[in-house]
Write a protein that binds this ligand. Structure first.
Ligand SMILES: Cc1cc2nc3c(=O)[nH]c(=O)nc-3n(C[C@H](O)[C@H](O)[C@H](O)COP(=O)(O)OP(=O)(O)OC[C@H]3O[C@@H](n4cnc5c(N)ncnc54)[C@H](O)[C@@H]3O)c2cc1C
Length: 462
């Protein structure tokens, strides 16, 4: 099939979701019916460093799109279903901190350096001259910030039906058949998409993300330095530690082949939940500022802060629960569709599943080899049917998990930071946390099969 006749997919945003989609399309496109243009606003695909928690469910997606061998050496342990400790949880907002429970999960949590994952995805892009078997040729366009998209003909009936023209700042326009918005939390594609739905007023609250009222201090600790400053520190040997207290919790786990420890320390102010953030959503922070937030916490926790010279500070934002991710030939994916608070460690995982489901649908043998607006519109309905409920459920579960971590659920109203709480109450809370992760070993193929069934039976129609 000549390249001119192929279905032209434009992916806007080369974050985890956009990169995964390009890799998944190439892996599944056995009929060679797709070409990919990947547009990224940044001038280079810089590798951002911090930890990422990958659950066994997400691992299965990576394996199914051919990344298994490349990723296995980068995880902190082999991906299997052995029961493992995910976190030792400690009540740490007091000098004499103590262990509450070990949170166990079959398969544990696979921890990876984000830069390692991103590098692996980039290596597997079907770019000319790469070592990858190329089914769907991909062109990477850096320094391409999308500013608008328009139907190719002004006579076109719907602004969502392909083909569409893409407009960029300082770059000539181009065209595509299908537009994927994988451009993150502040997605331009989402904003354009929602204002062009039949009921744009309804979607005004979804244009911008909202602040969850939580600030996260993030940083990496080298094991070498921690060993020197605090010999025998438990974070040196454990697969994960969670330090909790009233309104605050911190997640700590090793990444980067065990040399580094990822630290994410959060502080929640319920009165700010749902408000719009005033000021930058991420910035540099000082060690002393970080320290001041955790005065009186147990010594081993403070030792971690002591090893983070240049922490960063992030306002955790999320998107209200959007009920439509696709229409016509425009699809939203990853944070662009469903940015969520990170308390289930699943935001990227859900974006990876979006990519997998979309790639499955478009490459399925019953999807035509040429672009058909009616068929793509049909795929949009299936994508909404399968992805919207999954993402909303996970976003809700993430919010709930966050309140459990910080003793923000009923029964803990009177508790203040640093106060003793009966251990049995704490154990109960963290057993609930453990139970809320039961989905992590479930099979992503169930959603994939559901999508394929809807496609084959034509049960979701315009
Ligand atoms: C503290 C914290 C911890 C987290 N931990 C986890 C975890 O353990 N596990 C997990 O699964 N998830 C986690 N997440 C969530 C995860 O980081 C995100 O869900 C994920 O990175 C989103 O990926 P994305 O590709 O959708 O968006 P992004 O990574 O934001 O990528 C979007 C890309 O689009 C580009 N772009 C933006 N606008 C334009 C434009 N107009 N034109 C062209 N390009 C554009 C950007 O430059 C960027 O490269 C965490 C989040 C936070 C904040």
């Amino acid at each position: 099939m000549s390249q001119d006749e192929r279905i032209r997919v434009a992916i806007v945003g080369a974050g985890i979701a956009g990169l995964t989609l390009a890799v998944a399309l190439n892996a599944l496109d056995k009929d060679h019916k797709i070409t990919i243009d990947l547009y990224e606003a940044a001038p280079e695909l810089s590798e951002i460093g911090a930890g990422l928690n990958v659950w066994y469910r997400t691992w299965q997606v990576f394996r199914n799109i051919g990344l298994g061998d490349a990723l296995i050496p980068l995880f902190d342990h082999y991906p299997d279903l052995k029961p493992r400790v995910v976190f030792e949880v400690r009540k740490a907002d007091q000098k004499n901190g103590f262990k509450i429970v070990d949170i166990m999960k079959d398969g544990g949590a696979l921890r990876i350096h984000r830069a390692d994952l991103q590098r692996t995805l980039i290596k597997h892009l079907p770019l000319p001259g790469s070592n990858v078997i190329i089914n769907s040729p991909c062109t990477l366009h850096l320094s391409h910030r999308l500013t608008n998209y328009t139907p190719i003909s002004t006579a076109s009936i719907s602004p969502h039906s392909g083909p569409v023209t893409l407009h960029f700042s300082d770059k000539p326009p181009t065209t595509c058949d299908i537009l994927i918005g994988a451009d993150g939390l502040k997605s331009t594609v989402r904003q354009l998409f929602l204002t062009r739905l039949p009921d744009p007023e309804k979607y005004k609250p979804y244009l911008e993300p909202v602040w969850s009222g939580t600030i996260a201090y993030r940083g990496l600790v080298t094991k070498e330095e921690l060993r020197e400053k605090f010999p025998g520190h438990r974070a040196l040997d454990l697969p994960g530690v969670m330090y909790i207290g009233k309104h605050k919790h911190t997640v700590v786990y090793p990444i980067g082949g065990g040399k580094l420890i990822n630290v994410v320390a959060t502080i929640h102010d319920k009165s700010k939940d749902g408000t719009t953030l005033d000021g930058p959503w991420n910035s540099e922070a000082t060690q002393s500022e970080f320290y001041d937030q955790f005065v009186g916490w147990e010594e081993e926790f403070q030792a971690l802060i002591n090893c983070i010279k240049r922490p960063t500070k992030w306002a955790l934002q999320s998107l209200k629960h959007l009920d439509v991710f696709a229409k016509g030939a425009v699809f939203l994916m990853g944070d662009s569709a469903h940015a969520m608070v990170p308390h289930q460690g699943a935001g990227a995982g859900i974006g990876i599943e979006d990519a997998y489901i979309f790639a499955t649908l478009l490459t399925h043998p019953s999807s035509p080899r040429r672009f058909s607006p009616q068929h793509i519109s049909h795929l949009a309905h299936i994508y909404n049917t399968v992805r919207v409920p999954r993402a909303i459920a996970m976003s809700k579960a993430s919010i709930k998990q966050g309140y459990l971590y910080i003793l923000g659920t009923p029964g803990f109203e009177g508790v203040r930071e640093g106060e003793d709480v009966p251990k049995d109450m704490l154990v109960k809370i963290f057993r609930e946390v453990e139970g809320n992760w039961s989905w992590t070993t479930s099979d992503p193929e169930e959603d994939r099969r559901k999508a394929v069934e809807l496609l084959e039976t034509g049960m979701v129609r315009l």
